[in-house]
Design a protein around this ligand. Structure first.
Ligand code: S3P
Length: 178
């Protein structure tokens, strides 16, 4: 049976779009931590950051992951900073196979630049902030992930296929009968 799939990666790496595709392909239910945070609080991510700060937002992320323990048949797209807390990394592993969606920085920056929803990038020099955040987080994604998929130049459906192929291979390698 296919495990739950958990998508991590930097903002703009395509976690939600690819996650939806994966859900269609597998019959798993698609869930998104940012979406859950917003519906729970009745606020956008930007206004949660503005009104209550990042730590409050991170607490909500942890709460949502805890609630998903034991839930089967899901594809979970996560916010880019969810891996920052060690507790969250542990929870993500308990929820499912953790797939790091990566792409080359220019491609990712082009995607996030056009979108005003990312409060952490609302700085004087968004590209500099982006590069610094990405640099600091790369080793954390690496540590948190079971698999890394490079989506540079690939469409969402193609990325979703690559993920499935790699996850199935990993599951087969880890199965007791192999
Ligand atoms: C964040 C990424 C965002 C959202 C919040 C914080 C981050 O999600 O959770 O703005 O710390 O990288 P996306 O990765 O979906 O943009």
């Amino acid at each position: 049976m296919l495990s739950n799939l958990v998508l991590i990666g930097f903002m703009g790496s395509g976690k939600s779009s690819v996650g939806r595709r994966l859900a269609e392909m597998t019959g798993h239910r698609f869930l998104d931590t940012d979406h859950r945070v917003s519906t729970r609080t009745g606020s956008s991510i930007s206004s949660i950051f503005a009104r209550h700060g990042e730590e409050y937002f991170r607490d909500l992320e942890t709460e949502i992951l805890e609630e998903l323990l034991g839930v089967c048949g899901i594809v979970l797209a996560t916010g880019g900073g969810i891996v920052l807390r060690e507790k969250n990394r542990e929870l993500l592993h308990r929820i499912g196979t953790v797939v790091w969606l990566d792409a080359d920085p220019d491609t990712i920056f082009e995607r996030v630049r056009r979108n005003t929803k990312r409060p952490l990038l609302r700085t004087e020099d968004p590209r500099k902030t982006f590069d610094e955040l990405r640099e600091a987080r790369l080793p954390i994604y690496e540590e948190a992930a079971d698999l890394r998929i490079d989506s540079t130049g690939l469409g969402h459906a193609h990325v979703a296929q690559e993920i499935l192929r790699s996850v199935c291979k990993l599951q087969a390698a880890n199965s007791p009968t192999s």
